[in-house]
Design a protein around this ligand. Structure first.
Ligand code: FHN
Length: 426
C-alpha cells in the first residue's frame, strides 16, 4: 500500500495540473497539419525537427499570463489544494530560469520572465502548495533524451541524466522554495538504480517533497493511475488520477470535447469516494490566457466544491455499498457518512445500511434534516432522510449522516445474512 506519510496529500483531494510549454504556440497544428493526438506531443507525433521546433521560442511571449490571478482563482474559486506545473515537459524546454540549459523561457524567448518564479510567488501569497512536473527520461530536444516510438539505441541516457536531468531537478529543488511534489512521468528505459538515484536526489534536497508514481520501477510514494483512469473499486493508500477537461493536456485550439461541470463534479466525488485525489488539468494558450471553457467549467465545479468541501477534503475511501445509486455517491470521515446528491429527490433512501444514525444535516448551511430508520415491507432496514421542500427540484448538494459507529456498515442484500444487532436497532 502506498503511503506518502503526508497528511496534506491525503486530505487534499483536488489539485490543478498545468501543462504549458512551447507546444501552446502551435496549439495543435503545424504547417497546416493538425495533430490527432494530445497537443503537447506534436513535436514527436508530427516529426518536427529539433531546429524547427526550437524556433518556436521566438513566438513565446505570454503577455497575458497572470500567475497571481490564476493561483488566486484555483485556491479561492475552484477550491483546489495544490498545483503541479510542467517545469519541463517532453519537448525539453524549461519554463524557468535554468542555468543548466539555455533552452529556457528566460534565456531564449522575447518574454524573458521566469514562469515558475511567478507561480512560486503567487502560491506563497495564497497558501497554495506547488509541485513540479518534470520529464526525467523523454527529452526530444536533447540528443540523449528518450523519444517515444523512435530508435533510442544510440542514446546515452546516463549522460543525459548527469548533464540535464539531475542538475535541473537540483535547480528546481534549491531555487524555488518548498516544493510539495516532484511529478515525474514516462520513465521509459530508466533502470531501478537510476530511479533510486533520482529519488534520493529529491529526498536529499527536500525530504518532505512527495515523489509521484511515475518515477519508475515502483519507487513512487503514491500511485499515479493511468491518465483519466479511475480504479473501479475503492483503493486504500495514497493515489491520484491525472485528468483532462477535454482530450488534451497542452492547449489545442481544435479540441472542443469539453466535459461538463456536472461530469467533473461526479468524477471528483467518485475519485474521492474511492480514496483518491483528482489532479485536473488546464492548458494555457501561448498568450498566457486560460481557455475560457476551462474557466467556465472550473468556476461551476468550484462552486460545488466550496459549498460542500466538508464532504470532500479530508475524506477517506468508502467501502463497497451494496447498491449502485444512480442519484448519488458517498464519501466519509469517521462517524460521518456524506451523500452527494446529483439528481432531484424528495427523500433519500438508504437500504441495508447498518449504522445507527444520530443526526443528519445539509452540508452547505449545516441545517438539520429530518430522518428516520424503518423496516420496509420486504423486511429490510432502511434509513430515510426527508429532503426539505426548497430542495425538491435541486441537484448537486451534499448531506451528512452522523453515525454512532466510526465507519459505514453496509449490509449484504440477503436478509438472512444481516446481523441481528442492526435489526434490533430500528
Ligand atoms: O506523455 C505525458 C502526457 O503528455 C501528459 O503529460 C500526461 C499527464 O499525465 N503524462 C504522459 C502520458 O501519460
Amino acid at each position: 500500500m502506498h503511503d506518502t506519510k503526508q497528511q496534506w496529500f491525503k486530505d487534499a483531494k483536488f489539485g490543478l495540473f498545468i501543462h504549458w510549454g512551447l507546444y501552446a504556440v502551435l496549439a495543435g497544428e503545424y504547417k497546416g497539419k493538425r495533430t490527432e493526438r494530445i497537443a503537447e506531443w506534436i513535436m514527436n507525433d508530427l516529426d518536427i525537427p529539433v531546429e524547427e521546433y526550437r524556433k518556436l521560442v521566438g513566438q513565446f511571449c505570454p503577455s497575458k499570463f497572470d500567475a497571481d490571478a490564476l493561483v488566486k482563482r484555483a485556491k479561492e474559486q475552484w477550491g483546489m489544494r495544490y498545483i503541479v506545473f510542467t517545469a519541463k515537459h517532453h519537448e525539453g524546454f524549461a519554463m524557468y530560469d535554468s542555468k543548466v540549459s539555455d533552452y529556457n523561457v528566460v534565456k531564449e524567448t522575447p518574454y524573458g520572465q521566469d514562469i515558475v518564479r511567478q507561480l512560486r510567488k503567487a502560491c506563497d501569497k495564497y497558501g497554495m502548495r506547488l509541485g513540479f512536473y518534470y520529464s526525467q527520461a523523454q527529452d526530444w530536444n536533447d540528443p540523449d533524451g528518450y523519444m517515444y516510438g523512435k530508435d533510442n539505441s544510440r542514446k546515452n541516457y546516463r549522460a543525459y541524466l548527469e548533464r540535464i536531468c539531475f542538475p535541473q531537478v537540483r535547480e528546481l529543488l534549491t531555487e524555488y522554495g518548498e516544493i510539495s511534489i516532484m511529478w515525474f512521468d514516462t520513465p521509459m528505459g530508466t533502470t531501478p538504480e537510476e530511479s533510486r538515484e533520482l529519488y534520493e536526489l529529491v529526498k536529499s534536497l527536500q525530504p518532505n517533497c512527495i515523489i509521484s508514481g511515475r518515477i519508475g520501477n515502483d519507487m513512487g510514494e503514491y500511485l499515479t493511475t493511468g491518465d483519466n483512469f479511475i480504479p473501479s473499486l475503492p483503493y486504500e493508500g495514497d493515489w491520484e488520477v491525472p485528468a483532462t477537461l477535454n482530450d488534451t493536456w497542452g492547449y489545442n485550439q481544435y479540441d472542443h470535447n469539453w466535459k461538463s461541470p456536472e461530469e467533473i463534479i461526479r468524477l471528483l466525488v467518485k475519485i474521492n469516494s474511492r480514496g483518491g485525489n483528482y489532479l485536473l488539468n488546464i492548458g494555457p494558450k501561448a498568450s498566457g490566457e486560460i481557455p475560457e471553457e476551462s474557466i467556465a467549467i472550473l468556476d461551476e465545479v468550484g462552486a460545488y466544491v466550496n459549498a460542500n468541501g466538508e464532504g470532500i477534503f479530508g475524506t477517506k475511501h468508502v467501502g463497497i455499498y451494496t447498491y449502485d445509486l444512480d442519484w448519488g455517491m458517498f464519501t466519509r470521515k469517521d462517524y460521518k457518512l456524506y451523500v452527494h446528491v446529483f439528481k432531484p429527490r424528495i427523500r433519500l433512501e438508504f437500504l441495508n445500511i447498518g449504522n445507527k444514525v444520530t443526526g443528519a444535516y445539509l452540508v452547505s448551511d449545516k441545517s438539520e434534516l429530518e430522518y428516520e430508520t424503518c423496516i420496509t415491507c420486504d423486511g429490510f432496514r432502511m434509513i430515510e432522510v426527508k429532503v426539505p421542500k426548497e430542495y425538491h427540484g435541486r441537484k448537486n448538494y451534499c448531506i451528512c449522516l452522523e453515525t454512532e459507529e466510526a465507519e459505514p456498515m453496509y449490509q449484504p442484500i440477503e436478509k438472512g445474512t444481516i446481523p441481528k444487532a442492526f435489526w434490533s436497532r430500528a
